[in-house]
Design a protein around this ligand. Sequence first.
Ligand code: S3P
Length: 423
Amino acid sequence: MAKVKMLRVGSDKSISHRAAVLASVSLKKVIIKNYLFADDTINTIRALSQTGVDININGLDVIVNPKGKYSLKEPDDVLNMGNSGTGMRLLSGLLSGFDFLSVLTGDASLRKRPMMRIINPLRQMGAEILFRYGGLAPLSIRGKRNLNGIKYKQNIASAQVKSAILLAGLFAENDVCVKEPFKSRDHTENMLRFLGVDCVENNNGVCLGNNRVPLGDCEIYVPADISSSAFFVVLALLMKDMNIILKDIGLNETRSGILRILSQCEADYEILNRRVLNNEPIGDLVIKSKSALKPFVIDKEILPALIDEIPILSVLAIFCDGVSVVKDASELRKKESDRIKSICDNLKTLGVEIEEFEDGFKIHGHPGHKINPCKIETHKDHRIAMSFTILSAVSGVNLDIDGTQSIKTSYPGFFEHLSYILS
Ligand code: S3P
């Protein structure tokens, strides 16, 4: 008999960041239900509090009592965004609309990540931004109350860049439009509309309309994070006789690329209780073990919709029957670690045949693949740490994984959830 388990994974990180940021410049109170209390998203509410926003925590909820769009005050200290690229890039966009000085920094990993991608458009909009050699944080930003409009064509699909421009765009008077080569996650656009801001899509792009005042006076429900649920999806597939119901998952099409991979693998899954809350589709995902899984291909079209799932999908690929391919993914080298290198080096040590390319890799998998007990280098990257923890659980091989503390940046309940599922 299959073991049946039910789980609500941690709340969505991307939606939590956006809810905190947009609530802070709304006209009226916003209650954020089921906020993610992980290091990254706690840093975002702390930074917003440092700019004078009245933010309170009540159980699982965050209650924001904003004073309108122009109410933020100059912080009297540096804003430390920790490990979070999203936190730093979104706040840079928002703070570009204020004519005071903000200095944003982060941990050693964040201080190595590229920031020119937001600095360039925000400067074009009129913000003064200083940065470290190579376009690195710390960043110092002196914004402007009336920014210039911008029609910006991104050369990469990045929701962080798009969101930084849209947030700054709330403080611009003229046209603000962003175009991207492939559509990245659109939570910012959905939330802007939910809060009453005009935000319209036009062929692979998005523009702000005349009304740029977030109204508030509402509740924003944060669904469970599809990126966090991916760890348990892969666990369910690879364990024997396992059936997991993952409750309340955000199923936004710009995030749910993993479902298309499950179809490529011919995995058994079902979605129940589909509904929409604050413009975001949600549902329960039922996933079952499967012994014969087909390999998969990830290319530029699907990439933005599963960019954060590639480490755990690489674990899946070890056990698929054939060669799985990840291509057009050089952006992975600019995440919390160089994820192409982190994946390839660790898989090699494990005894998996993997070919590394500048923009991806090929994994030669087969069902029942044996792996070597070895040391895993996570480079303090939370998703690498969680992926190899899942590999250890499904293979029964003890892996010495360094740096699992990083997991609390996005999913502090991970180990507790894993023990429950394995119990
Ligand atoms: C995120 C966007 C993605 C993703 C990150 C979260 C967001 O980054 O990898 O974990 O919340 O906007 P990019 O915008 O750099 O693609």
